[in-house]
Write a protein of this length. Structure first.
Length: 324
């Protein structure tokens, strides 16, 4: 819950944050990494996978703390009011960093404006799945069924702003179909109802859906990725099935306090990118249906701006329809 106290405190702290001078010896003490999700999710896994590598490369402990909730504000607020010295960093995903500020414009912090991007870290892939009991074998089959029953097929998603939510909206738009979206508190409970046949389809993150795809309770129809997923090589992409530019990415990035010296951000960036290039880290990401990402701080900022431009019209249209 976003309280008046949080709103007021954030406004004051943003105004009071001072730019720190770069310390040539940085870092000289523990770095605090706040994670915008509960323990056990993909974002938490990513943080705990990269934190030891960052620590080893910088020579200081990196302590991970879970601060999920409040549309990301419980994560971003402590970073926004911290001293701008790079000792407080946080993770965020495309939903909390970009989409939430579109769908909830009153949020007190706009992370891409009020914090400092450091580096992209990882991408969580998604896959379009249907119950094994349904006859559909391709996206064309699913679209034909939706056109035959306008406004009747249902799809699940783990919340407004998530990459599965965006993918579902994009399918409606690009296919010219009308379906019913059903929100859930997370991807796992959404898949339970899809597997049971109570929901017709959903876009699910690969870490969540892979076990059910492999045991045959879910059927994968397509991946909204530029290339086929290495873990699901027989599943064609949305683009290969005729949906041009249908790419949805659930990426994670690391941010720090605005005003942090560029030299400190550069040190952090190098440590993060070296960690996500480590073969053991790459292998772990791949086993989880994820992919490491590498970027400069500037590339991260440009990626955020491009995602906002792409998704704002689609997300705002969906919010407007829900209010009618």
């Amino acid at each position: 819950m976003i309280t008046r106290r949080l709103l007021t405190g954030t406004a004051l702290s943003l105004a009071a944050t001072a730019t720190a001078r770069a310390d040539p010896a940085w870092p000289t003490r523990t770095i605090r990494m706040l994670v915008g999700s509960a323990a056990g999710g993909s974002q938490d896994l990513t943080a705990r996978l990269v934190a030891p590598g960052i620590s080893a490369r910088l020579g200081q402990n990196v302590v991970v703390e879970n601060k999920g909730g409040g549309a990301g504000m419980l994560t971003f607020e402590p970073v926004a009011r911290a001293t701008a010295d790079g000792y407080t960093i946080c993770t965020g995903n495309m939903g909390s960093l970009i989409i939430n500020t579109i769908t909830e414009p009153s949020l007190p912090i706009k992370p891409m404006d009020d914090l400092a991007p450091v580096s992209l870290v990882a991408d969580v892939m998604t896959v379009l799945v249907v119950p094994a009991s349904r006859p559909w074998r391709s996206v064309a089959d699913l679209v034909a069924a939706a056109r035959a029953r306008p406004g009747q097929l249902s799809w699940a998603h783990p919340g407004v702003g998530s990459s599965p939510w965006l993918a579902g909206l994009l399918l409606d738009k690009d296919a010219g179909i009308e379906t019913i979206q059903i929100p859930y508190r997370g991807g796992a409970p959404a898949l339970v109802d899809v597997m049971a046949g109570r929901i017709d389809f959903c876009f699910a993150t690969t870490p969540t859906a892979l076990p059910q795809i492999r045991d045959g309770t879910l059927r994968a129809l397509a991946a909204p990725t530029p290339e086929r997923l290495a873990l699901l090589p027989d599943v064609a992409t949305m683009q290969q099935q005729g949906f041009r530019d249908f790419v949805v990415s659930g990426w994670f990035g690391i941010m720090t306090t605005k005003g942090t010296p560029p030299a400190v951000i550069e040190k952090l960036n190098r440590a993060i990118n070296a960690t996500t290039a480590d073969p053991s880290v790459v292998a772990t990401f791949e086993r989880e249906g994820m992919a490491p990402l590498h970027s400069t701080a500037e590339e991260f900022a440009r990626r955020g701006a491009a995602e906002r431009a792409k998704w704002a019209p689609i997300a705002l249209a969906a919010i407007e329809r829900s209010r009618r």
